[in-house]
Unconditional design. Structure first.
Length: 226
């Protein structure tokens, strides 16, 4: 599997494209990759360069969006959420307000930044490689301070009521921001047959909001490919 960072798009690659992607990751130059392909598979340089260019152009032209259409909650639903918030202890009320402000910033950033920059902005950078999930320590809040626990709880509370869907990516980025002092990283994988993707964070060997995954992602950088 391949994650195209600028668009946030997940791709299943055929064997040829997979080899080209790996070579681009190693060399970062279309002509050098084409020469390597031509030598390795006894094809003309022109054909190899056309194949490499096709893969690069496909990736450059991706424009998938991570943003979602807003839901329209009824007035009764808004009032119920407000009453629920008013019933919370004062410290949790404050945590909810803090999360709401952070989520508003995230919603704006989702429309303006690619995934790598967005994750860096939220202080939860993309992990450079795959890792086995520490399933015996999922959502272990023992590393959190009382304030971090309240923010972590409030993240779920807000996103369950937010006007945009509380996707796993939103949850991971928001939770990671409030755990930023523990140097969290953002991890990405596939669930089941690969039709569903999942994002979670990992900090100090503990996974938060994780799920059993059947595949991990390569996160190559195509900025240097010309």
């Amino acid at each position: 599997m391949l994650l195209h960072v600028p668009s946030g798009t997940y791709l299943k690659l055929d064997p040829t494209a997979d080899r080209i992607v790996n070579l681009l990751g190693e060399h970062g130059d279309v002509q050098e990759v084409a020469l390597t392909l031509a030598t390795r598979f006894s094809i003309s340089v022109e054909q190899a360069e056309a194949d490499v260019t096709a893969v690069v152009e496909t990736l450059r032209n991706l424009r998938a969006s991570r943003s979602s259409d807003a839901r329209r909650p009824p007035i009764r639903g808004v009032l119920n959420a407000f009453r629920e918030w008013r019933a919370l202890p004062l410290l949790l009320q404050a945590a909810v307000i803090k999360v709401v402000i952070t989520v508003v910033v995230l919603e704006t950033a989702l429309r303006l930044l690619d995934l790598r920059r967005l994750a860096a902005l939220m202080r939860v950078p993309l992990a450079p490689g795959a890792s086995d999930l520490p399933n015996d320590r999922d959502d272990d809040t023992s590393i959190m301070s009382p304030s971090e626990r309240r923010s972590y709880w409030a993240t779920g509370w807000v996103l369950d009521r937010w006007i945009f869907p509380g996707t796993c990516l939103r949850r991971a980025l928001i939770a990671g921001y409030f755990l930023r002092h523990h140097q969290p990283v953002l991890r990405l994988g596939l669930i089941g047959d690969g039709s569903t993707t999942h994002a979670w964070i990992e900090a100090k060997g503990i996974a938060f909001n994780s799920a059993p995954v059947t595949g991990m992602f390569a996160v190559p950088n195509f900025d240097a490919a010309t």
